[in-house]
Design a protein around this ligand. Structure first.
Ligand SMILES: [Zn+2]
Length: 312
């Protein structure tokens, strides 16, 4: 009888364990999407392309936040603590992401760790300062221009870095990630052919943008940065700077002004009036102006430049 009782108890106990493991399995199935946290919406959009259904992606900065000035929330630390992979520009740009990763105190997610992705790998940086930038100069691109994610060809580099990261933390789905990456590259190539056809006729022409956001994009399409509404990256415009810029634009027959969707339009309006032209608003984020993924975002960005350049 004694033995029977023990056996019976053991049976009930193992039943409870089985039920517990079943509940756990229901909450976290073996094929659950892995959590990825990116600093920027553009990196999130590209990560979704490579990760597909196997990833759940969260971007710390939201569309239309100024990425240079984002103020992180305590809930962002919690998000990163639960992540298997973090994706950043790897440049001295979104320093709030570095602080968040440090606060999460997960060695795997630190630079050099398997769960850390530096998407600027292989990117040839533009505008790297030749001398140390002081706070007084106001330039917020201390590590070179960080806005390489607006270049569709560099989007393929970003996707490659994300692919390597995903394989490091989730090798079981490596084949799916490689297939998604291959498809993304082919789609970029197809879109690039269209973009080159749209912007090709304007090669060599100069454009004015609010912030120095499009250095990589302009270089890719053979366009030139003529000036910025900001006197220096991160320094707010002044009437004097805008007046000088407008005079120069008239002299040099520059008529294309692009305003990234996060910036106020007071100075661009003044600049356009004084230069005798119009400005065009371009999407700052994947998520700005109704865009939902990297491709319709880039379509809209290219259309904005085409529209501004056709003022000539
Ligand atoms: Zn910037």
């Amino acid at each position: 009888m004694n033995i029977f009782k023990i056996t019976r108890r053991a049976f009930v106990f193992s039943g409870v364990l089985a039920l517990a493991s079943l509940l756990t399995a229901t909450a976290r199935p073996a094929n659950a999407a892995i959590n990825v946290v990116t600093s920027l919406p553009e990196l999130a959009a590209i990560t979704r392309e490579v990760g597909g259904d196997n990833v759940s992606v969260y971007s710390v900065a939201r569309p239309n936040n100024d990425y240079h000035r984002y103020e992180a929330l305590p809930s962002d630390v919690a998000r990163i603590s639960r992540a298997k992979l973090v994706v950043t520009t790897g440049m001295e740009f979104e320093m709030w992401m570095t602080s968040l990763i440090n606060a999460a105190a997960r060695p795997n997610l630190q630079p050099g760790g398997p769960g850390y992705v530096n998407t600027s790998e292989g990117v040839r940086r533009l505008e790297v300062p030749t001398q140390q930038i002081s706070g007084a100069s106001g330039d917020i691109h201390s590590d070179g221009n960080p806005h390489f994610y607006y270049d569709p060809v560099y989007a393929k580099f970003i996707a490659r870095s994300v692919l390597r990261g995903l394989i490091r933390v989730d090798a079981a789905h490596g084949d799916a990630y490689r297939a998604n990456y291959g498809r993304f590259n082919s789609q970029i190539d197809a879109h690039m052919a269209t973009y080159k056809a749209e912007l090709g006729p304007y090669a060599g022409e100069g454009v004015v943008t609010y912030h120095q956001n499009y250095a990589y994009f302009l270089r890719r399409f053979g366009l030139k940065q003529y000036g910025n509404v900001e006197p220096k990256p991160g320094i707010p415009p002044s009437a004097r700077h805008v007046n000088e810029l407008a005079q120069n634009m008239k002299r040099d027959h520059i008529r294309a002004i692009i305003v990234e969707s996060i910036y106020p339009t007071r100075f661009p309006t003044l600049l356009a009036q004084q230069a005798g032209t119009k400005y065009v608003v371009a999407p700052y984020s994947v998520g700005s102006l109704g865009t939902t993924n990297y491709f319709n975002f880039m379509d809209k960005l290219v259309a904005s430049f085409k529209s501004a350049l056709s003022h000539n």
